[in-house]
Design a protein around this ligand. Structure first.
Ligand code: ADP
Ligand code: MG
Length: 626
């Protein structure tokens, strides 16, 4: 049985296709310029095998010209041109790509530059034009032809005159409508911006005649209009240049031109990967936190190019959240694009690139930490919090990647130190990595709880960021060493004389402490003789998973759960206050009540926890004054 071809209402089909695959009208220019560039590339490839043909780069260009009076926009190229058959096949058959066929026929494996592949880009012209005219003369041919389509409703082809080889595409731009300002596609400044955005790295010059007001010769205030042909694109993408050719200034200029940020990046990374995936990338680590960085509005992502043509502004799949501060771009030939060339299918190549990039950023940060400490600290000030969130999020799956990038303030060094530095200088008898949490370094330094660890001469990490303790809980152990809060129950410090004293006193004063626990019922789980206090009379510590600092943070969160630390009131038995407590216990129950509540409230104040009844507290103080 003879096979029949589907018939289609081509006008409808075209309209449907054009309007469903492209979300932005401005990309028509990207598509037409890409085609022009492909056409020039084809001459270049032909010249590689044809001795008769010399490819003299200077004579190839693309030109864009707007004529506002006639509402036309013309894109001219000096490329390979099209024969009558080519016009018929490539522009007359939807989804037929002459460029794709060319790549196959000529066995161009590197595919380096030819962009076309789907055979639909050309029709995007109908998004902005109601008449599209193509005048073309093919390489090696004497005759030229004119292809024309009105309202995408069929087309005509007739012979015409054209002197030089190449193609001219004339769009008659639609009239403005209520929703759409088509006029803008006739404005030179707008055209320039679109070209810069999508086609800046097309390898051939994209030219336009630009009118400018210039001072009249010999005059100081008289202007005259001056027309000049300008090249709008930078042509050679900086990422395809060799690293040795480029200076930090070149990279910084690129960062600025691209508006990645207004600061000076602290580091750039130039990657030319040609392993399992081939891609080029230029990445930047900014110096300053963008103003919206810690808000929902901030969008992470890298620019994604395919063969030098911008495909996506912010490809978020290329960066993990914890490296969302990284700016820059990736260019790859290996991507499988979907038909609109705007979106990517969930692409294996993209995943590989993302993984590759992640590792490169990580090792870059590690080497800055190692070799340029000051720079790293500057970076950490801006983005360290994000790294700590990265450790904490997703149940810590990324902690191994990130823990070596963390810094915390050290009680001994009086500056930021890494976990590795901390652990490497731990004395042999020190079991844990100690940390103390609080609002600020100054406040932590005054905490009674740090006395024992500090007397012992051990280094402590000070946690002043609300995420710190949560991140550390997720890490749990670094190089086999567990983390320990200075206010946790067992500090793992070898018991000495005062410890034993505390134990004996504890049993002797069992009744006193029990009595005090009863007074504070519901507020603390027990009252104990402290093994960590040296000079302060009292402090709170926590038993169990939730520390006091965590309780504070959780309480401050919106819709907070009422999570409470299991608090213990610790009394310093070497302090005079302890004697007063004992005396009160024996002689004056009322006084014991008063003292207990006062000590408890003081401990809350030291911790920075809210006190339930400040008036009662001041009244209590007055009671002991009279
Ligand atoms: P694609 O570029 O994906 O192949 P298009 O719809 O953009 O699809 O173009 C269809 C075909 O028309 C191209 O493959 C090419 O063969 C031909 N073509 C389009 N524009 C030009 C041009 N300026 N010069 C030569 N050939 C062109
Ligand atoms: Mg195309």
């Amino acid at each position: 049985m003879a096979k029949k071809q589907f018939k289609a209402e081509s006008k409808r089909l075209l309209e449907m296709m054009i309007n469903s695959i492209y979300t932005q009208k401005e990309i028509f220019l990207r598509e037409l310029i890409s085609n022009a560039s492909d056409a020039i590339d084809k001459i270049y490839y032909k010249a590689l095998t044809d001795d008769q043909l010399v490819f003299n780069k200077e004579s190839y260009y693309i030109k864009v010209a707007a004529d506002q009076a006639n509402r036309t926009l013309t894109i001219t190229d000096t490329g390979i041109g099209m024969t009558k058959e080519d016009l018929e096949n490539n522009l007359g058959i939807i989804a037929k790509s002459g460029s794709f066929a060319f790549k196959n026929e000529n066995e161009i494996k590197d595919g380096h530059n030819i962009i076309g592949q789907f055979g639909v880009g050309f029709y995007s012209a109908f998004m902005v034009a109601d008449v599209v005219t193509v005048i073309s003369k093919a390489l090696g041919s004497d005759e030229a032809f004119k292809w024309e389509s009105k309202d995408s409703d069929g087309y005509t082809i007739v012979p015409c005159e054209k002197e030089t080889v190449g193609t001219e595409i004339i769009l008659r731009i639609k009239e403005n409508t209520e929703d759409e300002q088509y006029d803008e596609y006739l404005e030179p400044y707008r055209l320039r911006a679109i070209i810069k955005k999508y086609s800046d790295f097309i390898r051939y010059p994209i030219k336009m005649d630009v009118k400018e007001q210039k001072l009249k010769e010999g005059s100081e205030n008289e202007f005259e209009e001056h027309q000049e042909e300008q090249t709008l694109n930078s042509m050679v993408p900086i990422w395809r240049k060799s690293k040795n050719e480029l200076t930090t200034e070149d990279y910084n200029n690129f960062y600025f031109e691209k508006r990645y940020g207004f600061d000076q990046p602290i580091k750039h990374l130039h990657i030319n990967a040609d392993g399992a995936v081939i891609y080029n990338a230029i990445l930047f680590i900014p110096e300053n936190t963008p103003f919206d960085y810690y808000t929902k509005e901030y969008e992470k992502g890298l620019e994604l190019y395919s063969n030098g043509v911008l495909i996506m502004d912010k490809c978020s799949d290329l960066l993990p959240d914890y490296f969302s501060f990284v700016k820059g771009m990736v260019d790859s030939e290996d991507l499988s694009l979907n038909i609109s060339r705007e979106l990517l299918q969930h692409d294996r190549q993209l995943k590989l690139i993302a993984k590759n990039i992640k590792n490169k950023i990580k090792s870059q940060l590690q080497s800055i930490l190692k070799d340029e400490r000051e720079k790293y600290e500057q970076f950490y000030k801006s983005f360290g919090r994000g790294l700590k969130f990265g450790v904490y999020n997703d149940y810590g799956v990324n902690k191994d990647d990130l823990q070596d990038l963390l810094l915390f303030y050290s009680s001994k060094e009086k500056k930021l130190v890494s976990l590795d530095e901390y652990v490497s200088r731990m004395p042999e008898d020190q079991k844990y990595i100690y940390y103390a949490s609080g609002e600020s370094i100054e406040r932590i330094e005054k905490l009674p709880q740090i006395e024992l660890v500090s007397d012992k001469g051990y280094e402590m990490l000070y946690f002043t960021d609300d995420i710190d303790e949560f991140a550390i809980k997720v890490i749990a152990k670094y190089k086999e060493k567990e983390f320990k809060s200075v206010s946790s129950g067992d500090l793992g410090i070898e018991s000495d004389a005062s410890d034993n004293k505390a134990d004996t006193e504890e049993s002797e004063s069992k009744d006193l402490f029990e009595q005090m626990s009863t007074i504070l019922a519901g507020k603390v789980s027990s009252v104990k003789a402290s093994k960590r206090l040296k000079s302060h009379p009292v402090c709170l510590s926590a038993e169990g998973e939730v520390t006091i600092e965590m309780e504070k943070i959780l309480k401050a969160m919106p819709n907070s759960q009422d999570v409470k630390a299991d608090k213990v009131l610790e009394i310093n038995i070497n302090h005079e206050v302890y004697q007063s407590l004992k005396a009160a216990y024996l002689n004056d129950k009322e006084k014991l009540n008063l003292y207990t509540n006062l000590l408890y409230t003081q401990a809350l104040l030291i911790e920075g926890l809210p006190i339930q009844d400040p008036v009662e507290f001041t009244n209590d103080i007055c009671k002991i004054m009279v």
